[in-house]
Design a protein around this ligand. Structure first.
Ligand code: FES
Length: 145
């Protein structure tokens, strides 16, 4: 499936970019860009600094105007990331992120940080997107997996 088909199948609207960075207390709008079939996120978007110390956020939430739902990107370590489409597999409600869990406000389904169902009524895992790292940037492929 190419990007055009993916956009059609997901009910996407128009092209544009932006990424939200979530922390415990705030959501911050970051710039994002589309390159071919990928959404590009700088690895540094996971960084947070306190003085000279650099810490890494567990996850960020990417919101792009072409996406009907955001994508939650979890950072396991510097080489491993998981990108999850935040669309509940029960009836399509947008999920909310709480640490290592994604929860559905509609009927209470819960998913883990790799998309597995922890609590129903959803019975299918979340859609994931391949993530690669190039030149200190994450490329989240929107091609079908
Ligand atoms: S839509 Fe998410 S649990 Fe029903």
């Amino acid at each position: 499936m190419d990007r055009k088909d993916f956009i059609k199948s997901c009910g996407f609207a128009c092209i544009g970019g932006g990424a939200f960075l979530q922390s415990c207390n705030s959501t911050k709008l970051l710039s994002g860009k589309i390159a071919g079939d990928d959404i590009i996120i700088p690895v540094t978007d996971f960084e947070t600094k306190n003085g000279n110390n650099i810490y890494f956020k567990k996850y960020i939430v990417v919101q792009n105007e072409i996406l009907q739902y955001p994508i939650c990107v979890y950072r396991k370590n510097e080489n491993e990331y998981t990108a999850l489409w935040m669309r509940c597999t029960h009836q399509g409600t947008e999920l909310q992120v709480f640490g290592d869990k994604l929860q559905c406000p509609a009927h209470g389904s819960e998913f883990d940080n790799i998309g597995g169902v922890q609590n129903g009524p959803a019975d299918a895992k979340l859609r994931t997107f391949p993530v690669t790292i190039e030149n200190n940037q994450l490329k989240i492929s929107l091609k079908a997996v």
